[in-house]
Structures are given as C-alpha cells and as structure tokens.
Design a protein around this ligand. Sequence first.
Ligand code: GDP
Ligand code: MG
Length: 441
Amino acid sequence: LSERLGGVFDRLTKAGALSEDDVKTALREVRTALLEADVSLPVARDFIKAVQKKATGASVTKSVTPGQQVVKIVHDELVAFLAGEGEPGKLKVDNPPAPILMVGLQGSGKTTTTAKLAKRLKEREGKRVLMASLDVNRPAAMEQLAILGQQIGVDTLPIVKGEDPVTIAKRAKTQAGLGGYDVYLLDTAGRLHIDQELIAQAAAVRDVANPRETLLVVDGLTGQDAVNVATEFDDKIGVTGVVLTRMDGDGRGGAALSMRAVTGKPIKFVGLGEKTDALEEFHPERVAGRILGMGDIVSLVEKAQQTLEAEQAERMMKRMMKGQFNMNDLKSQLEQMQKMGGMQGMMSMMPGMGKMAKQVQESGMDDSIIKRQIALINSMTKQERANPGLLQASRKKRIAKGAGLEVSELNKLLKMHRQMADVMKKISQKGGKSMLKQAVS
Ligand code: GDP
Ligand code: MG
C-alpha cells in the first residue's frame, strides 16, 4: 500500500497551498486505506468529505508533497475525531455501589472484559468490586466468570440456578449494597446476531440496575457488521462507552472509527489479548496510525514541519540580533503565540519581557486580540509592514477599515511593536546573544 501511495504522491509535487485536485487525488488513496482497515463505507465517505473541506487551501510544508500533507491532515483529524471528549480509561464509579452494564454480541469478549475491568478497578483504583453473570443462555457462562473471579481475586455473585437476568441483577444490586462494594459489574448474555429478545432483556436489566456506565463490547476485527450492532444497542439500551477487543490481532481496527462515527460515544478501552491484564486505555494516535497504515508519511511531515519552525525561529533571531524587527516579524511572533497559548505564556518566557507580559495581562490581551492584531497587519501593504514608520493618519485609517477595526486599536498595536523593537535593540546592543538564544530555543 505504501509503495502505491508513494507513487501517487510523487506525481503531486506542486508547492504552496493544497488545490482541490491535490486533495481529491490523495483522499482517494486514503479512502482505500480506510476501507481496507474495515471502516464502514458510509463512515469512510463522511469522514473523507469532512476532511476534504478542511484540507483544501491548507498550506503545504516545505519539502513534503501535497499528497503527504493531506495524509498528515487526515491523520490529525482522525486522532481528534477518535479521541473526542472525556478521558479514555476512566469510568464513572462514584456513588457506591456503582453499577456497570456490559453489553454486546456473543463472543465479542464481554465476560473476559468484565474480569479485566474488575482487575483494573481493584488494582489501580483500589475499588471493591463485585461481578455478576446474567448469562442464563449458555450453560457454562456463569462458571466462566466465577473462575476468572478466583484468578483475579474479585468476588462474584453466588450462582442460583433457574433465575432470570432481571432477578440476578436485583440480587447483585442488593448484595453490592450490603457487602460494601464500590462497583458491581453486570455481564450480560449475547447472541450471535442482534435480536429483539436480547435487546428487550438488556433493556429490562438496565431499568432495574440504572447503570452509571453501559459499555458496549465490540470485536475490533469486525467491520461493517459492528456498525449495525452499535446502532441497535445505542438506540435501544443507551451506551456510554465502547470497548474494542481483539486489537492484538491483525486487523487494522477500522471498527474504532465506525463506532465513534455511529454512536458518537467514547472508546474507553482496548482489549489486547485473552489474559486478564490485557486491557489498555484507548490511545487515539496508535489506532489512527493503524487505521491509516501510513505512519511513515505522518512522521515525515511532522519532521518537516518541525524543521521549518526551527528555521523560521532562527531567521527571526538573526534579524532581531541586527535590531531589525518589522511588522512581518511581529506577525509571525503573534502567530507563534497563538500556537503557544497566548501572549502572556510566550512573553513571560522571554527575558526583558516580564514587565510587558504583566501589562498584557492587565490590558486583558487574549487570543481574540491576537487575531485582530494579525488582521491589522494583514491589512497593511508590503512596504508598510517592512517599515511601520510610514504609517500616517490616512494610511492608518485605511488599514483599520480594511481590518474592520478602530484606528485606536491599530495605535495600540503600533505602540506594542515599538516597545518590542526597543527591547530587541537593547538586548542586541548589550550583546545579549546568549539571552535571546535561550529565549528562542
Ligand atoms: P462473550 O461471549 O462476549 O462473553 O466473550 P468472551 O469473553 O467469552 O470471549 C470470547 C473469546 O474471545 C474468548 O476465547 C476470549 O479469550 C477471547 N477474547 C476476549 N477478548 C480478547 C482480546 O482482547 N484479544 C484476544 N485475542 N482474545 C480475546
Ligand atoms: Mg460471556
């Protein structure tokens, strides 16, 4: 796959901004990669469409091809999308005893995952955990959980033959309360395929248990089918999180993307084997890399971007050393600041800027101000940027108007620029090379 991609990307070597054609060509390959990773077709299509909008017009880092740049954009979008909000690996288990309901198809790994989670809650969070099997369909299912419980030193609800799942759930609740447990896990029965009886049963259990978390356990190796399962469970039962099992296998894990897209629910854990400690919190970067199968391209682009940023910083430093600091420099500073979490953060790191950082804070300078300042600089001509001394009243008016802002705001920007230029000059006169170097590196 990588070779085939390499070929396509070689043909796309125009520099500058990504054209619609660049993006389309590269995304065709990305689409194939997604489908090969078992991402469901409609999900792949929607995802590509969303990225297409974002990527068109984005700039291309020097020394990478547009195609490579698109892959990096796709990768970043994929990571962000997979991650969503909330912290992976965390479950709501306050207000003891907290019920956790495990649902999913037969063989997806519910019972194994129940034991893995119990072990994790016990060992990492010091919780007292009770496990109960509600699987009355398969003869040995309850014993399976009891044996796992013994292995990991977690209590299981005593087995009473002939009870239905709702009765067992009630008993688990009572027992969890009386026994002083922090968490109780309800391991339900699954079917090979989703059917209404199974759903009705799970819904009845949910109603008596009122779970804090309902975790859908999905086999990470399944592709298209996983989507229907997830939709059905989420619609009828209401899922709070997903656990993807068998991520130790050869599959590319496209189910992760499908799950997120269809349910919008976070992926909390990943199962990485049959043993009770083979459970990890979900790492979006790892799974994104696997789904795309283009990790080498992504790291290539990252490296190129880092190199470019370092080059820019060095160039700017050299100019500063010579006491040159024009509006273009200020603009790239402002853009850098945006990236680094605002003015105060950046200035407080620079020697001689401490006082200004304080002023900035007092004047309530925040990211929206940085945005407006950049707009003002964008509204200047090339000559004006290179030589802000040119700015007389009429030019100021034009610039402010162009940015949709008041002249007073432009004056503030110019004052700030003068102050900064002064500081730069002083530093360079003092020969404070090492100081500046420190600040920039
Ligand atoms: P259930 O029917 O949903 O309760 O599924 P089980 O927990 O009984 O698991 C079915 C099979 O899948 C068992 O043989 C498990 O050992 C295996 N299994 C579960 N999770 C994983 C996993 O993350 N990786 C691998 N390789 N096997 C798993
Ligand atoms: Mg089971």
